[in-house]
Write a protein that binds this ligand. Sequence first.
Ligand SMILES: O=C1C[C@@](O)(C(=O)O)C[C@@H](O)[C@@H]1O
Length: 301
Amino acid sequence: MQFSVEREREKEMEGGVCALVGGRSLEEMKGAIGEAAEQGAHLVELCLDTIAPPFDTTQHLSSLLHLCPVPAIVSFRPRWAGGLYDRDEDERLRTLLLAAELGYPFVDIEFESASDFLVRLDRQRCKNCKIIISYYNGSESLNSDRLQDLMAELKELGGDIIKFISVAQRITDVAPMFQLLSLSNVPSICVATGERGQICQLLSRKYGGLYIVGSLDSSEGLVPCQPTLSRLIKTFQIARINERTEVFGLISCPVNHSIGPVIHNAAFSEINYNGVYIPFLVDDLAEFFKVYNGFNFSGFR
Ligand SMILES: O=C1C[C@@](O)(C(=O)O)C[C@@H](O)[C@@H]1O
């Protein structure tokens, strides 16, 4: 087992905002990559499953690589992992192997297919490509024990980076993800999907997440409930968040209509105060305070 994201590469991703980029055609995908870079993304995830067949793998992958102005992660999600691809599994793996061979800096492979992929990957030839092993659960949230067990299993597989994607049914489902990030000794990413999971993207940086995920302003529908790049970069000024950032926010249900984040984060930035103000979508107040008791959040309204 080897977790080998060198410091330099890790720095490149650290705290960065990764734009999820999709498109039904190569042209649409190219347009989305340009838009992501313009909106300030530090990384892009090329979601190949969004491209409609016929998909000329070699041609598409080589032309996309050359026009990415920021480091690119290649993913090719099958339906069973929340994606759109429902054709041949071997072809999917061959496409991801090709991405590694062509020199993409990151390839994302699902935990279930990782052993197959890794035995076929020529590590020597693809030594510049870092492998993200991802675990997806679209139906249930993961408690602390389950996350720890999965982390051990994923580490065993021998990738470079670990990623968890699971749905948050309640805001408290995100707490074990923050705990995992804080304790993790391998580069890790957590993504909580659903409206109640948004604080995962907003606060991952504080707990050591390698990068966070956002959607293009124009494709809010592609990944429901992921914050948009402009919300992450402009409103929350995500790049300012670090482990010492003081957390403030509004507790409410619903909460996303609030203009508080716009006002307070601009004010914090103006006076150079290391704080962030975020919306907490809370259904059960007592449970929220019980679960987040040890997190030292600084204040709520
Ligand atoms: O990181 C993500 C985000 C995502 O899980 C979502 O639904 O938000 C979709 C995944 O394919 C992707 O790798």
